[in-house]
Design a protein around this ligand. Structure first.
Ligand code: DC
Length: 231
């Protein structure tokens, strides 16, 4: 069967990665979490002291971008590929609220985007890929055969993210998580380079009140329809 490219974009904590992973597994496709790549660059930025609450040395980061090497390695136990920064598994470190607080600033830098988009296009060049992010259907793969745009209310998303963080033992409070989500929504959709927008040909799914099972069923139907239309 012909392979396609599936782009899943949307706001943070809409469950994009859960759906994308499930879909990739079902289809035998590669899954690429592009948010993890921006998070890994953010971790690098923090490790080099280029960013904190008071300052962001953009030139310092841009000057060192050549030293940032991001890769993915499949973890059979987890069933998905984990992200590596310069050979080190950083899957856990990139999911902290601290990284979340800085990532939108780092992701707004055109040089960062240019480098990561190039790598993403390379990873998906043979199709058979499910990629999630903010600009996959608009910038990375504007010709993707299926584009999905996921949304949900900020409060629902904050609750999901809060549950996820507390489950893994992070001491966070709901208000901080909600504030982070609202700030990221704003920065991600207002940045000059590749802002988060729904592609004209993307199908929007608001999952505020959908169970994961119903949502996945809906998406599978969209995939089937895409294959039928290609025949
Ligand atoms: O999907 P996520 O929440 O892990 O993404 C982290 C941040 O990275 C998000 O706030 C915006 C940025 N991002 C982006 O600008 N472009 C992408 N394709 C993916 C993520």
């Amino acid at each position: 069967m012909q392979k396609i490219t599936i782009a899943i974009d949307g706001f943070s904590s809409t469950g994009k990665s859960t759906v994308a992973k499930q879909l990739a597994k079902q289809l035998g496709y590669i899954y690429v979490d592009t948010g993890a790549m921006y998070r890994a660059v953010t971790l690098f930025t923090m490790q080099h002291g280029f960013i904190d609450n008071a300052h962001f040395d953009v030139n310092g980061l841009v000057g060192k971008l050549g030293e940032v090497h991001i890769s993915f390695k499949f973890n059979a136990t987890l069933g998905f590929a984990e992200v590596y920064l310069n050979g080190e598994n950083v899957e856990k470190q990139i999911r902290t609220l601290e990284v979340s607080n800085y990532v939108s600033k780092v992701a707004a830098i055109p040089e960062v985007r240019y480098q990561l988009v190039k790598q993403q296009q390379q990873m998906g060049k043979d199709k058979g890929v499910v990629m999630d992010g903010r600009d996959i259907g608009t910038v990375v793969f504007p010709n993707a055969e299926l584009k999905i745009f996921m949304t949900a209310s900020a409060e629902k998303r904050a609750k999901r993210r809060y549950d996820e963080l507390t489950e893994r033992g992070d001491a966070v409070n709901y208000e901080d998580v909600l504030k982070n989500i609202q700030e990221r929504d704003y920065i991600d959709s207002h940045r000059a380079d590749s802002p988060l927008v729904q592609a004209d040909d993307a199908i929007a799914i608001d999952n505020s009140d959908l169970t994961p099972e119903v949502q996945f069923e809906k998406i599978l139907q969209l995939v089937e329809k895409t294959f039928e239309d290609l025949e």
